[in-house]
Design a protein around this ligand. Structure first.
Ligand code: MG
Length: 377
């Protein structure tokens, strides 16, 4: 397969491209493209820095080597950029979307998100991390004199919402500007899969590091890693297990990336898609794994769910996280005057439940734990 074969489908992102448009005029910067500027705005955002203090899967209490949401984000950006480069897509847009893809996540990983969603449901609302990410970049980041938010391009805001799921236009009229009837560009489509590749690899690594997973058990149950392990074992006779494991993880990651590149190129070409409009109008997303790799991915995901994410120690941590989030949510909803004044000022217009959820969602793990301790709830 020829590299860069989907160049004609890429988002262009120059000054004539509507996807490079911003809501507020911004001074011309000759040395950076519109999406490079968005990348820089995201990296400079407070919400981005807070990713360092948010759990990916493991809290940092038992090892300094576990991924945080920030280092996970950097791994996704690396993978997404490589895939975009290989396919001839707009690598600046792909990298930017990867860097922002988890910015809307609350503290305590998925346990925190579940708890916040449950709390909001009691008030007839929902928590959705993509929509929360949009609120962060449009309202909560305060860096510019003329407007709230980061004033990101339309293409980046569309990707923030649509990289991992589709939204029904009838249910989300407020998102009408984001082409809800159309598929997102390929640069956004690859983000969710780059995310999968990153965490499928990293969670095995951190799982073994934590001692919660044992390599023989992993190899017995995950065929794709077992195949990679056999290959590196044959190449490096007599080498210690931990080196072989890391070589096997790298090989697995390359295999997943390679499969995604090949399959996306194949499907796009077979569907006769040669333009961004063609990508958008196609009935389904074309960035996917092949059927065989998809089956291997599901097997691994199921394994991680059964033996890692739901093991006793992590379940205890998740229960504790849900308790902390829920009690603090109820505390502030019942007495919003205890909120910091900038948040309290939003209660009239946004409603107390949404304001409290926004406040909690922005917290790092350590900050929310300190809030909880301080109030002796
Ligand atoms: Mg992620």
């Amino acid at each position: 397969m020829e590299l860069a074969c989907l160049k004609s489908c890429a988002v262009i992102g120059d000054e004539h491209d509507p996807l490079a448009r911003r809501d507020f005029p911004a001074p011309h910067r000759p040395y950076r493209t519109a999406f490079q500027r968005d990348r820089d705005r995201i990296v400079q955002a407070r919400a981005f820095r807070r990713l360092a203090g948010k759990t990916q899967v493991f809290t940092s209490r038992s090892s300094d080597h576990f991924r945080s949401r920030l280092t996970h984000t950097m791994e996704v950006a690396q993978i997404a950029r490589n895939i975009a480069t290989a396919l001839g897509l707009n690598e600046d847009l792909a990298e930017t979307l990867a860097l922002v893809h988890d910015i809307g996540h609350p503290p305590f990983g998925h346990a925190g998100e579940r708890a916040l969603d449950k709390c909001l449901q009691r008030h007839g609302l929902r928590f959705d991390h993509n929509l929360h990410a949009l609120r962060i970049v449009e309202h909560f980041e305060l860096r510019y004199a003329a407007h709230r938010g980061l004033n990101l391009t339309l293409g980046v805001r569309e990707g923030i919402i649509k990289h991992s799921r589709d939204y029904d236009a009838a249910k989300y009229p407020e998102l009408a500007a984001y082409f809800l009837h159309q598929r997102p560009p390929l640069e956004a489509q690859i983000i969710d899969l780059a995310d999968e590749i990153a965490y499928l690899t990293a969670d095995l690594d951190d799982g073994i590091e934590s001692g919660m997973l044992e390599l023989p058990h992993v190899l017995e149950h995950i065929a794709v890693l077992r195949r990679c392990y056999r290959v590196v074992e044959a190449e490096h006779e007599g080498v210690a297990e931990k080196f072989l494991f890391h070589e096997a993880l790298q090989l697995m990651m390359h295999a997943l990336v390679d499969d995604l590149i090949q399959q996306t190129a194949r499907l796009t070409q077979n569907a006769g898609i040669h333009t961004l409009a063609g990508v958008r109008q196609h009935p389904v997303r074309v960035a996917v794994f092949s059927a065989q790799t998809e089956a291997g991915r599901l097997q691994e995901k199921e394994y991680l769910y059964d033996f890692l994410y739901t093991n006793d120690e992590l379940t205890r941590e998740h229960d504790r996280a849900e308790e902390v989030v829920t009690r603090l949510f109820d505390y502030w909803v019942n007495d919003p005057s205890q909120l910091p004044s900038a948040h309290f000022a939003q209660v009239q217009t946004e409603g107390v439940a949404r304001v409290v959820a926004d406040y909690i969602a922005g917290m790092t793990d350590s900050f929310i734990l300190a809030q909880f301790e301080e109030r002796k709830l």
